[in-house]
Write a protein that binds this ligand. Sequence first.
Ligand SMILES: [Zn+2]
Length: 284
Amino acid sequence: MGVTDCHVHINPLWEMRPAARALIEAERSDRETLEAYLREPERFLAYLDRAGVERAVLVNYVSPEVVGYTERSNDFVLDYVNGHTDRLIAVGSVDPRTHPDPRGALRELKRRGLRAVKLHPPHQLFFPDAYRPERGGDVRLSELYSTCEELSLPVIFHTGTSIFPGARDKYGQPLLIEDVAIDFPKLTIVLAHGGRPLWTAEAQYLCRRFPNVYLEVSSVPPSRLLGYFPELPRLSERVLFGSDWPGPGVKDLGENLARFRELPLGEERLRRILEENPRKVFPD
Ligand SMILES: [Zn+2]
């Protein structure tokens, strides 16, 4: 079994709003290489080979207002993984606030090869519990969750803050996902970034409490992971490795993985986090 990086941004950067794109590109000296990876999956796969990563979860989503991504990002990722679905896992989204028919859309996306749904509350500007009667009773949102549950599509929630212009961090609090875990008990939920930096205790708590909730630790420098997530060793059956490459602060995917392997977790825990757990959430 090889390593799965559960959080990689192979996204249509050309669709981003200029301020958001500037943030991604500001610190990168490898923009042309990055462009080449986005246009040619084979070149990206060769990069994964050099990094020692077998599979990558390509988290795409829809955020017309804040980031600029539209439904075309679903078409982009489904097209990108075509012919490489043994190694590339397509993740897409529907806009939870505006999509007229989330059920129909998700069925069609699953038919076309989508393997998980990404929701980004701080960029999609919604509360994950907005379907609850006391929070406004948005039926489209409950339909979205129940459809993912029915179709066995895991939902990856961005949790924690975001530095993108226009992001609203109040939506990123992990505890808002408690209701989702209670009301949709068969739904697999991934807490991307584990609520960092403000709410890591909440994210760890949800993993302890709910068997279908996973802690994904991307975008935290590996050297600081055990500080942010002191329960990581104990929760290792529910932890997923992710790099968030090429997001802010993540220069190289292989480097990120190498630093992660240096953590004092022991071989067995490392194997679970890097190889086994991802195959439960994103089966081959
Ligand atoms: Zn990310």
